[in-house]
Design a protein around this ligand. Structure first.
Ligand code: CAO
Length: 422
């Protein structure tokens, strides 16, 4: 039995943040019913398509293990069906622009009336306050949550990161809020509202930068490269290039082949505890006892010199050789792995972190699997549903409608007929 078996989720999510959350719940065993607009569906089905008329990878990689029903929730009959679904489900998840569900007639108050045990979970761009009504996409959240002002190099533009910390990151927070509320419901018997704002999620992940903002009031940030370079600090936490965010200085360094391979680099951390091993490995044994280099505070103003010397050594090795030599010596290093290398990495396939899935119209493709592994509830990644694939099945099995009633609902346009010929 899967950990969340028996939990039924009414999934009104679209794009990335909400679907990340409901996909996780589905991987843990919940029955996730994705409600989509007839004939249209989640906008990402058609975005960034690589194969004509086939659900995009963007969609398929965010909607595994779900069932799809097409339902017009703005139509009166559609609203009746939606009300019945609220009665039958434990959790409702949505990430519409602020106010969309209220405009449909399904405010939190109304949902509680229909089902007092319902857990109603939302992602929005911002929490209550001046920006509460704004629409938000990933990069807006990264900018408004403090990630961009602290990412990039000091003398250049703020940057966004490739990791979808605003969307997928907030989806993870929402999933935790939902299972916490489910646990609470066991004792209270009541549902509750769960809200996760993307700005809050990004800021939470940037806590070390808020830490540094406060440290700045008491002096320069000595582990930042700009300290060693004699560049003054301003009022706000600066961009720090590839400096390590912690107390152990680190940088990205060139490895053998860097002239032609854009990913021939390694991250190298000069952890104080293994400084002597680092000196030996890079051929600078004299630094072990030299007072200018032997202690972490002495090295701080000389980090450029230290990393230049380490880079002379890493440039003579491939990123994998650096890893093979440093790991037995307890020196923390990490190769810069490309998406191509990751997709071919056998150990990630073995653990189910990367999975190959077969899809009826797309064929085989790779996707990420569940990053959280439960020993008694392993995740099995199943393909995403076609638009409306389970409309009849859900109307019959979950809500008990007869075939005749379903035909009537189709004729009235309350539900879609995408699944009729499949
Ligand atoms: N039947 C009928 N209507 C439906 C429906 C259905 N099954 N499903 C959705 N709709 C309607 C909604 O009611 C809404 O209509 P109104 O605007 O008339 O009330 C409309 O479809 C879609 O709403 P939307 O404003 O959420 O969609 P959008 O594409 O304009 O905006 C987004 C997208 C992501 C900017 C916005 O939803 C948002 O800000 N969400 C919150 C933050 C978030 O999650 N962002 C991350 C997205 S991933 O980068």
């Amino acid at each position: 039995m899967k950990a969340l078996e028996g939990v039924r989720v009414l999934d009104m999510t679209h794009v990335q943040s909400g679907p990340t959350c409901t996909q996780l719940l589905a991987w843990f065993g919940a029955d996730v019913i994705k409600v989509e607009r007839p004939g249209v569906g989640d906008a990402t089905r058609g975005q960034l398509r690589d194969i004509p008329d086939v659900d995009s990878l963007y969609f398929t990689m965010l909607n595994h293990n779900k069932r799809s029903i097409t339902l017009n929730t703005k139509d009166e009959k559609g609203k009746e069906i939606f009300t019945r679904l609220i009665e039958e489900c434990d959790v409702m998840v949505e990430n519409f622009a602020p106010g969309a569900l209220d405009r449909m007639g399904f405010s939190w108050e109304r949902i509680q009336e229909i089902n007092p045990r319902m857990i109603y979970a939302s992602v929005k761009g911002f929490g209550p306050g001046p920006y509460a009504q704004c629409k938000v996409y990933e990069n807006v959240a990264q900018c408004a949550g403090g990630a961009s002002s602290t990412t990039g190099f000091l003398d250049n533009l703020p940057l966004v990161t490739g990791a979808q910390i605003g969307d997928s990151g907030t989806g993870l927070n929402l999933a935790l809020g939902i299972v916490t509320a489910l646990y609470h419901r066991e004792k209270s018997g009541k549902g509750q509202r769960v809200h996760a704002a993307m700005q809050d999620g990004v800021l939470n992940l940037c806590r070390v930068k808020l830490r540094d903002q406060q440290r700045l009031q008491h002096g320069p940030l000595t582990e930042y490269s700009q300290f060693g370079e004699g560049i003054e600090f301003g009022d706000a936490t600066p961009r720090a290039g590839n400096d390590s965010g912690g107390g152990q200085p680190g940088r990205i360094l060139k490895c053998k082949g860097w002239q032609t391979d854009p990913n021939a680099y390694t991250y190298f951390i000069t952890q104080a505890a293994v400084w002597k091993n680092i000196c030996d490995v890079i051929g600078r044994p004299e630094w072990k006892e030299d007072p200018d280099f032997s202690t972490p505070p002495a090295r701080l103003p000389r980090l450029n010199e230290v990393f230049d010397a380490i880079e002379q050594w890493t440039m003579s090795k491939t990123k994998y050789e650096v890893m093979d030599i440093c790991n037995p010596l307890d020196i923390p290093v990490g190769p810069i792995l490309s998406m191509q290398e990751l997709s071919e990495e056998a150990s990630l396939r073995d653990t189910g972190t990367i999975v190959e899935v077969d899809h009826p119209t797309r064929g085989k493709y790779l996707t990420v699997g569940n990053p959280v592994k439960l020993s008694n509830s392993p995740s099995e990644v199943k393909r995403s549903p076609l638009l409306g694939e389970h409309t009849t099945e859900i109307l019959q099995q979950v809500l008990g409608y007869s075939t005749g009633e379903i035909s009537g609902l189709r004729e009235a346009g309350a539900v879609g007929s995408e699944d009729v010929n499949t």
